[in-house]
Design a protein around this ligand. Structure first.
Ligand SMILES: [Zn+2]
Length: 97
C-alpha cells in the first residue's frame, strides 16, 4: 500500500496517509476541516524521511555489510585458485620457449 503525503494549504498541516491506489483523494484536512488538502506526489520518489524510511536504510546498510563480509570471505579461495591456474600456465610458457 503506497504512502501519500498530504499538505493542507489552509493550516499547513502535513501528514502521511496509507491509501489504496484506487482510493479517492482525501480533501478535507483533519486539523482545520478545510478542503484544502494537497497530495504531494513524491518528488523524491521513495524517499520517506519519517519512520519506516529510517528502518529501510538501516536494513539496507546491514545487508550491505553482510554482503561485504561474504565477499571478503571467498576472496582468499579465489586467489588460491588463481595461483593454481597460474602455475600450469607458466610451465606451458616455459616449455614453449
Ligand atoms: Zn488544515
Amino acid at each position: 500500500m503506497p504512502t501519500y503525503d498530504y499538505l493542507c494549504d489552509g493550516c499547513g498541516h502535513g501528514f502521511e496517509l496509507f491509501q489504496k491506489v484506487d482510493e479517492k483523494l482525501k480533501k478535507t484536512c483533519p486539523e482545520c476541516g478545510k478542503k484544502q488538502l494537497r497530495r504531494l506526489i513524491g518528488a523524491g520518489g521513495g524517499i520517506i524521511f519519517k519512520g519506516s524510511g529510517f528502518y529501510e536504510t538501516d536494513y539496507r546498510s546491514s545487508d550491505y555489510k553482510k554482503r561485504q563480509k561474504e565477499d571478503s570471505a571467498p576472496s582468499p579461495k579465489d586467489t588460491e585458485k588463481k595461483s593454481d591456474t597460474t602455475k600450469p600456465a607458466k610451465s606451458k610458457d616455459g616449455s614453449t620457449s
